[in-house]
Design a protein around this ligand. Structure first.
Ligand code: CP
Length: 309
């Protein structure tokens, strides 16, 4: 297969294993490109991409923009806080106005679950979901798996624990789909109040004892507590959360083995992870960020190929 089975990247659940393989093979090529002295290729010179961010972002927004520029696409950026959305404009009106400027691909982050799926049904452009509410964040999961593959040789057969606020995490859901699709075993660990009841129906196991979860895994993907999505208190205090679910050097030193530490960012240092762990040799957090550019170049390139065909 040398083309994607999907017309948009709306979620990992819509992909096939062969799509992930193709994205990674293409990302391998772009990773080599972005490590050259001249980091740019002319592949998307005739393509215009709009980055529409209706929710805050640092990594994803910058990573997409850099990926697009490395591919020589024309790029326009939109941030909801400085736009006419504040004056009551609908999502479709906003996007159609942008598309009338001849935009080919829309990268969108939105607070509402399914916003990308909705857009794909109503506008004539390729849509890439850069995070929709608590639902999916497919490029984050792809770059996470790509980074595991780079560090451990493959994802197949590996044991991955996702630790923290699973309930509010689009990163967790997309990772579960992506890792299982590639043959990994997935466990989630966190306070029971932050683990959705449906989670075992996805084929993952649940562990509420952090030490046991870390002893089981090859890789720990640590998530932040998403206070901005919480309308009630899910645990008594941040201090108690850190005592029970925070990753620190002492816990890791007491394991019988070395494990790989990941975090999608943004990190709350001293809450879910201490600085000495985040900055340790076991941590691949900055590799994840670096790989994000290559993986996003691959996704954009493969979708743009469909426009050219
Ligand atoms: N990992 C991630 O999505 O980070 P941002 O919210 O900064 O984009």
């Amino acid at each position: 297969m040398n083309h994607l089975s999907v017309e948009h990247l709306l979620g990992i659940k819509y992909l096939k294993p062969s799509d992930i393989e193709l994205i990674f093979k293409t990302a391998d090529h772009f990773k080599e490109v972005i490590n050259r002295p001249i980091k740019k290729v002319p592949s998307l010179r005739d393509i215009t991409i709009a980055n529409l961010f209706f929710e805050n972002s640092t990594r994803t927004k910058l990573s997409f923009e850099l990926a697009e520029k490395r591919l020589s696409a024309d790029v326009i950026n939109f941030s909801a806080s400085q736009s006419s959305v504040k004056k009551g404009e609908t999502l479709i009106d906003t996007v159609n106005n942008i598309l009338s400027m001849k935009v080919d691909i829309v990268v969108m982050r939105h607070a509402h679950v399914g916003a990308g799926v909705f857009l794909a049904k109503h506008v004539n452009a390729k849509i890439i979901n850069a995070g929709d509410g608590t639902h999916e964040h497919p490029t984050q999961a792809l770059l996470d798996s790509y980074s595991i593959r780079e560090k451990l040789g493959s994802v197949k057969g590996k044991k991955i624990v996702i630790i923290g606020d699973i309930l509010h995490s689009r990163v967790a859901l997309s990772n579960i789909f992506a890792l299982q699709m590639q043959g990994a075993e997935v466990k989630v660990c966190g306070p029971t109040t932050l683990i959705p009841k449906y989670i075992t129906s996805l084929g993952v196991t649940v562990e509420t004892n952090l030490k046991k979860a870390l002893e089981w895994c090859d890789v720990a993907n640590v998530l932040r507590v998403q206070n901005e999505r919480m309308d009630i208190n899910y645990f008594p205090s941040t201090r108690e959360y850190t005592q029970l679910f925070g990753i620190n050097k002492e816990i890791l030193d007491n394991l019988d083995k070395k494990i790989v530490i990941m975090h999608p960012g943004p990190i709350n240092r001293g809450v879910e992870i201490t600085s000495d762990v985040a900055d340790s040799e076991e941590s691949i957090i900055l590799h994840q960020v670096e790989n994000g550019v290559a993986v996003r170049m691959a996704v954009i390139y493969l979708l743009a190929e469909q426009i050219k065909r």
